[in-house]
Design a protein around this ligand. Structure first.
Ligand code: NAD
Ligand code: G6P
Ligand code: MN
Length: 443
């Protein structure tokens, strides 16, 4: 098939995940060839720290591509076809507070779930609305592929503010990572697994794993394996302790509720007290990520900056984050109808949930976007859990758009990681103070 060379913009390109995403773009250059790559970040210093590594790597493996590094949003989207959005409003400093403030109240401290996810959501909504408007000013037809978290909240907010924009797709790599991990256990290729999945982002379940060569559902076999063996990520050797715990929690959740296989993120809603007890309030996931990925990648890039060559420098690639984003763009650009777990407006896909919920389900990616597979009616247990969580998401978005303190308090109280209004109020006040440069609520 003839393939048009694409213009891609990466937003939040100063993230240390980006060198590996560029590795994926290089590895997929036949499938998804580029003409131009625009690297945009509002923080010039973060982008500069990666620049030499990226320039030299692109020169060596992909020198036909025009490279643009910019911190100017008015240069970032000119003529772009795909925007890969990977920003973190507030950077690591705010992530650290998202994780640590809730712990002061004995509540889950996590990037995307519970009060930390709430505070981060309130920061992301404003930045994301601004980004979409800017993209549409310069590239009305570009696809916006969004990773920015909390993807659940961002998806609800963007759907509410831009209901007619059909070229925004919110997506999460956790189902993809899990499928890759299932494939390793089952000793097959992840591309031979056709998943069925339902829920909300970071709040869902695998119901079937069809093996495409035979049509067999491999989920029963996998669940049997997980009765006797810990669930491990496909790249367990490279993962830090907290991620190994997260995967293991799937065994624990299955021991209570064995019908479907839960996303690792559900553990924060089923076991909030245990998780709080086990964590170190002075060294949370952001500290671990800073000491791990952030340091490793920055050290490599610094070396390149000093020696001005790639001699002895590893080629960074292979992360699911990058591979998935490029495969998603490829499927949309060339109408490949590949199957992914995606976030879409429900509209009957799960027949007994509200039409406007942004649900996470399996769907084919076509040139028109995601075509979700019908799920039908879900059981009372799942419906109850999802409706509570969806109410939390919706109230959070409304709290932001209306600057409404009451709605924020309701959102946190309805969240299964909080429940207690005394705690909801205390953590909300603390988060509001810490986030005052980003969002404000009227009492
Ligand atoms: P990071 O903090 O390492 O990097 C984010 C970058 O975004 C920073 O360099 C920062 O300067 C930049 N930035 C902040 N605000 C911006 C704005 N308004 N416009 C442009 N750039 C901006 O973050 P990370 O860990 O790489 O994660 C990036 C985002 O992707 C986060 O939201 C994270 O939660 C999300 N993420 C999502 C998935 C998923 O499955 N959906 C997977 C991985 C990461
Ligand atoms: C997974 C999730 C993302 C999340 C990331 C955190 O990929 O799907 O939503 O942002 O993990 O990873 P980190 O290494 O930054 O803790
Ligand atoms: Mn995710």
């Amino acid at each position: 098939m003839g393939r048009k060379n694409q213009v891609v913009t990466i937003v939040g390109a100063g993230s240390t995940r980006i060198p590996a995403l560029i590795g994926s773009l290089i590895e997929y250059k036949k499938e998804f060839p580029l003409k131009k790559l625009i690297l945009f970040d509002i923080d010039k210093n973060r982008l500069e720290a990666l620049e030499d590594y990226i320039r030299l790597t692109m020169e060596k493996y992909y020198d036909e591509v025009e490279l643009v590094f910019t911190d100017d949003e008015n240069k970032a989207y000119i003529g772009t076809d795909f925007v890969f959005c990977n920003m973190r409003a507030g950077n690591f400093d705010m992530r650290s507070l998202d994780e640590k403030i809730p712990l002061k109240y004995g509540l889950v401290g996590q990037e995307t779930c519970g009060p930390g996810g709430f505070a981060y959501g309130m920061r992301s909504i404003g930045a994301m609305i601004h980004m979409v408007k800017k993209v549409r000013e310069y590239a009305p037809d570009a696809w916006i592929l969004n990773y920015t978290n909390p993807a659940a909240i961002v998806a609800v907010a963007l759907d509410k503010v831009f209901p007619d924009d059909k070229r925004i797709l919110n997506i999460c790599d956790q189902p993809y990572s899990m499928i890759r991990s299932f494939a390793k256990i089952l000793n097959i290729s992840m591309y031979d697994i056709e998943p069925r999945y339902f829920g909300l982002n970071h709040f869902g379940w695998f119901t079937n794993l069809y093996y495409s060569p035979t049509g067999e559902d491999l989920l029963p076999k996998l669940k049997k394996y997980l009765k006797e063996n810990d669930f491990k990520p496909y790249n367990a050797e490279q993962r830090e302790a907290s991620w190994l715990e997260a995967y293991k929690s799937v065994n624990k959740m299955l021991s209570f509720f064995p019908e479907y296989l839960p996303n690792t993120y559900l553990r924060y809603y089923f076991f909030p007290e245990e998780i709080v007890k086990e964590c170190n309030p002075n060294f949370t996931r952001s500290d671990e990520a800073l000491a791990g990925r952030e340091k490793q990648v920055l050290d490599i890039c610094k070396k390149v900056m000093i020696q001005k060559s790639l001699k002895g420098i590893p080629f960074l690639s292979g992360a699911v984050h990058g591979n998935m984003m490029v495969e998603v763009a490829d499927s949309i650009a060339y109408d490949l109808k590949k199957l992914f777990v995606v976030i879409v407006r429900n509209e009957g896909t799960i027949s007994n949930l509200p039409d406007d919920a942004m649900v996470e389900v399996a769907g084919e990616l076509t040139k028109y976007g995601a075509v979700p597979y019908k799920v039908g009616k879900i059981g009372t247990f799942y419906k109850g859990l999802i409706e509570g969580q969806y109410a939390y998401e919706k109230l959070t978005v409304e709290a932001y758009l209306e600057s409404d303190y009451q709605k924020a308090l309701q959102a946190l109280t309805i969240n299964r990681t909080v429940v207690n209004p005394f705690k909801a109020e205390a953590v909300l006040n603390d988060l509001m103070e810490a986030n005052k440069e980003y969002w404000y609520l009227r009492r």
